[in-house]
Write a protein of this length. Structure first.
Length: 423
């Protein structure tokens, strides 16, 4: 009888062990890995390809790093891996809405990143909101996109209304007696938004805007505009995107325009701008980010902000290693668009749209790219309110070669700005 009882007890124990093995969640179930599709169009061709390719590079670096680390880590131990899907929009607005509809409907996008440029991003935003998809805009600075009642579109760039206003503050420091400003700009959505705000700011500071003229996108001959710049002007400001602004800067040099400051959009912060040689020296550019930027955990702590992600040095090093070039602010903008989604998914503990939206709405932190905080009011939902511009100037290093220096704001400058040399 005792032997039978022992056999019964032993049998029940074995059965219990077997049942326990089959009912316990497997390691893969306990730490489930989900894949989300991050989708976007990119200007691999067309007039925006320089800026667009830098943005793609930055975003692809983020995707690679996230997946190499096992995905976005959620609080419950699960992970979210990222699959990137994109098409070439050819720098054409008419391609964007068709392609974003395809990315959502056919490619099953979970989250969207905008194409480069305010005009293309504005077209994509309509589709994102229509299909209830969160879209992080990179390379889209125009304020107006975020004033149309959208609730799912979030801006990583400093808005266009604050893009060149710092150049007026720098001019006042550089030459307190300066009074006359000429503004020549590309007649596209982004550039027009920038210069309208610039003109209002300059006049509010007591400056006289002696020329305010726009040129058509695709312009290559700027002589008709340069010839209208009055003698004795203190600053020439404006431009548009990389190709036209680079040509404009070159022709200002060739025509020996005499002025104390040249401050232009988009092109000057790009490393390729140095290919102008002497024509780039003294030119100032507004930049969303620079490798010299002084964003650190210590700075975040002093500002009472959470620090998140990799350092400026680590981003710059990883980018150079992968792409064999120095990152521009377009590169950083692409990377940080992914970083925003990563932080939001971690905070939300999910890739659910409503939960991720709530996390982005509450976001206020500092990264290698600077501070990130979004307007959550109905009148300007998603507008970037935390990030500030830095201003660079092309100077010469000890060997006489062009080198970028941060010259404004003063708290973060690496060199003092100087007036344009006599040409």
């Amino acid at each position: 009888m005792k032997r039978k009882s022992l056999f019964l007890i032993f049998g029940l124990a074995v059965l219990g062990l077997v049942l326990a093995l089959f009912t316990q969640p497997s390691p893969s179930a306990a730490a489930e890995t989900k894949t989300v599709v991050i989708a976007f169009t990119a200007s691999q061709t067309g007039k925006l390809n320089v800026e667009g390719m830098r943005q793609i590079n930055g975003l692809n670096l983020w995707v690679e790093q996230v997946n190499a680390a096992g995905g976005v880590k959620l609080p419950d131990g699960a992970a979210v891996k990222v699959a990137a899907k994109f098409y070439d929009d050819e720098s054409k607005k008419e391609r964007v809405q068709e392609l974003y509809t395809k990315l959502i409907s056919a490619d099953k996008a979970d989250f969207l990143i905008s194409p480069y440029s305010s005009g293309l991003a504005d077209a994509a935003a309509v589709i994102a909101q229509q299909y209830n998809k969160i879209m992080i805009t990179a390379g889209a600075a125009s304020d107006s996109t975020y004033k149309k009642g959208y609730t799912l579109i979030y801006q990583s760039y400093t808005p266009a209304s604050r893009y060149l206003t710092g150049a007026i503050d720098l001019l006042a420091k550089l030459d307190p007696k300066a009074k006359k400003v000429a503004i020549v700009y590309e007649k596209d959505k982004f550039s027009t938004d920038v210069v309208n705000a610039l003109k209002a700011y300059a006049e509010g500071k007591g400056y006289q805007v002696v020329l305010f003229e726009g040129y058509e996108p695709g312009a290559t001959d700027f002589a008709p505009f340069i010839n209208k710049i009055p003698a004795g002007v203190d600053a020439v400001m404006g431009g548009g995107h990389f190709v036209d602004t680079t040509t404009f800067a070159k022709q200002l040099y060739e025509k020996k325009v005499q002025t104390k400051m040249i401050a232009l959009l988009v092109a000057p912060p790009e490393p390729k701008f140095a290919e102008l040689g002497e024509a780039c020296i003294s030119v100032i550019g507004s930049s969303q980010w620079e490798p010299l930027a002084n964003y650190t955990p210590e700075l975040a702590k002093a500002a009472g902000l959470e620090w998140y992600g990799l350092s400026v040095a680590d981003f710059t090093s990883a980018y150079k290693k992968k792409f064999n070039e120095e990152p521009s602010y377009h590169s950083a903008g692409g990377y940080v668009a992914g970083l925003i989604l990563q932080k939001a998914m971690e905070k939300a503990g999910s890739a659910d749209t409503a939960k991720v939206k709530a996390a982005i709405d509450a976001m206020d932190l500092m990264t290698f790219y600077g501070r990130l905080k979004f307007d959550t009011s109905p009148k300007a939902h998603g507008l970037q309110v935390g990030h500030d511009m830095v201003y660079i100037q092309w100077q010469k290093d000890a060997q006489g070669k062009p080198v970028k220096q941060v010259v404004w704001p003063e708290a973060g400058k690496t060199a003092s700005a100087f007036v344009c040399p006599v040409r």
